[in-house]
Design a protein around this ligand. Sequence first.
Ligand SMILES: *Cc1c(COP(=O)(O)O)cnc(C)c1O
Length: 365
Amino acid sequence: MLKRPFNFSAGPAALPEAVLQRAADEMLDWHGSGMSVMEMSHRGKEFISIYEAAERDLRELLAVPSQFRILFMQGGGLGENAVVPMNLSRGGAVDVVVTGSWSKKSLKEAQRYCNAQAAASNEVSRHTALPATSQWRLRSNAAYVHVCSNETIDGVEMHTLPDLAALGCAAPLVVDASSHILSRSVDWSRVGLLFAGAQKNIGPAGVTIVIVREDLIGHALAICPSAFDYQCVADNQSMYNTPPTYGIYIAGLVFQWLKAEGGVAEMDRRAQAKADLLYHTLDHSGGFYANRVAHDARSRMNVPFFLADETLNDAFLAGAKEAGLLQLKGHKSVGGMRASIYNAMPLEGVQALVNYMQDFARRHG
Ligand SMILES: *Cc1c(COP(=O)(O)O)cnc(C)c1O
């Protein structure tokens, strides 16, 4: 088989090769149906079986309790920045913990629909450290508290979800887990709603996963479009409007692949091994490379890093491409480099990256 390069894109991101191969094999004729999945009615028994398997496997992988509904929606993480306040805020107070570019966007968008405020912000550290939970200013009347548990651009991750009840806050926690869902288990006792766009750690862009506690459904503002009202979506098994069928199918193949590989516990173990290898290399490069995030807040999925001599950036990227290491350029708001090492990235890929980095440093140090 063709040896493909390692792809470090932040999203849309690499998919497991076995999943792409299987999708290719099934492209023209899914399971003897004579149809591509793209050509099937979403109401036919073939697609319904694909949909039900995907939902069941996701529930199993993340051990989602029965009082949570799993919705397959559209609109992405940015869409949910509006959809969540339209469904959960009741037009009242909402507290947002600002830890990076994505939660900042969530706050701004929520302000269009409700009285949203920053409960804390790590802006002073330029999004390189997490604000201590003891410093969060949570309002007693907040309809919910929003956090982004992995800031894809800044490379900042909450290694455990906050326990709002222990902070004396009764509001449900809303979690944007777009870029690290399925890399670790979720403590559902701390969560009211968790959402994730698929294109980082699940599948193709176009599918948005929403996992929401049942009692939070049914309170949408009157202005909320029916297709984005969780009640309407849940009542219609995510098929009020035509769902992104092909994306759900690929996500389902990824869920099957995850189960075969050992599930979320195994992904958690691999994520730690990959992150340890990459951060160790950065921290022991004699200052040639640097990651600026506080150690206890470093993301296991998105690793931004800088060359001390930034005039070497173009040479670094060109050499990486030649070595079969793709899409390492950092986000334009941060600069430098970024290696995204999601579930589909094998340890072998991170090993190839650190080998290249060490070689590059020797040649230019
Ligand atoms: C990518 C990303 C988003 C935005 O997703 P879209 O699908 O582009 O709307 C939101 N939040 C996080 C944490 C992300 O990584």
